[in-house]
Design a protein. Structure first.
Length: 319
């Protein structure tokens, strides 16, 4: 063992005290700087950012303005790399485009020309429309009825953060309410598609009201929130339909401008194309009805939407 002489011990001790004194002085200066002001002096190291400040900068870098609806915030907070990986995992042809921020002021929606009913304006009936007025290059995905309850679909849409709106018919949903509660927990709005999916114009006003308002009550009871949006089965309605819908709280009646299937798209407009604000219809269906699954359908519709330079936005953010 090598022994250390007394003089050498004193030298080490003296040096240790000097280093300790310098360190304490530095800490004191830093503390005074913090007490005197929030900004660091020129040449000094900046103060560490709080977690909230770091998250705000991250969201801003990803394109997320402050105060936006939660559905949009979720999309922009997901790192682009994770979205690319999710798109690859689920077999998408390309990575979904991120929608722009929804408008701070909701667009004014009026009935589509030719879709009005008698006394539409004087009775202040809910507007029937197929496209939301916007210049943003966004479309809206809506899914009807509730027949297919594919857990892979829920997982896919959660990982891809693709927003969509569900229109539910109770006779198809009631055997598995928990499936749709999970969907709601993931941020999906559950809207009204009647109790039994009947052809409404053939029914009396009272029968139509039973179908529409009965489903309003059921959705409120099962999912805790009364819808304000309604879609008539088959897209068919008359004045009694809109009167009944209005009587139980419906504010808007969106139809669709295109329809998605596993193997093709169908179009309402003559140009057979997408337009800003178009509403896309599809259904909860599986192999019993289609040549594929709901994830197959999503791959098809997202290829069409992305290839045409559109992003999918959440319908409720614009209503």
């Amino acid at each position: 063992m090598q022994l250390v002489g007394k003089t050498e011990q004193n030298t080490h001790a003296s040096g240790g005290r000097r280093r300790l004194g310098i360190a304490l002085a530095a800490l004191l200066v830093a503390a005074l700087g913090t007490a005197c002001g929030s900004s660091a002096p020129d040449g000094a190291a900046p103060h560490p950012k709080t977690a909230k400040e770091r998250e705000k900068e991250k969201s801003k870098a990803l394109g997320a303005p402050a105060g936006l609806p939660g559905s949009y915030a979720l999309r922009v907070q997901q790192p682009r790399q994770a979205l690319i990986a999710a798109a690859r995992k689920w077999g998408l042809a390309g990575t979904p485009l991120l929608p722009p921020a929804p408008p701070k002021e909701k667009p004014e929606i009026s009935p589509r020309e030719g879709f009005e009913v008698e006394d539409q304006q004087s009775l202040q009936l809910p507007p029937v429309f197929t496209t939301v007025p916007t210049t943003q290059k966004v479309v809206f995905l809506t899914i009807d009825d509730g027949a297919e309850k594919d857990p892979e679909f829920l997982k896919m849409m959660e990982e891809l953060r693709i927003p969509y709106t569900a229109f539910l018919s109770d006779y198809l949903v009631r055997d598995d309410y928990p499936y749709f509660r999970k969907m709601q927990d993931l941020g999906v709005t559950l809207n009204n598609h009647t109790l039994n999916h009947r052809y409404l114009p053939a029914l009396s006003y009272e029968k139509q009201r039973e179908e529409i308002c009965g489903q309003q009550d059921t959705i409120e009871k099962q999912f805790g929130k009364r819808p304000t949006v309604f879609r008539p089965p088959y897209g068919n309605y008359n004045q009694d339909t809109l009167r009944a819908a209005k009587s139980c709280g419906v504010k808007a009646v969106p139809l669709w401008n295109s329809e998605a299937f596993v193997d093709h798209m169908e179009w309402r407009e003559y140009d057979q194309d997408l337009h800003p604000g178009d509403i896309i219809l599809t259904h909860f269906r599986g192999r019993e009805d289609w040549k594929g699954t709901m994830p197959d359908m999503i791959r098809r519709v997202m290829k069409t939407v992305t290839d045409k330079g559109y992003a999918v936005a959440k319908l409720e953010d614009y209503l």
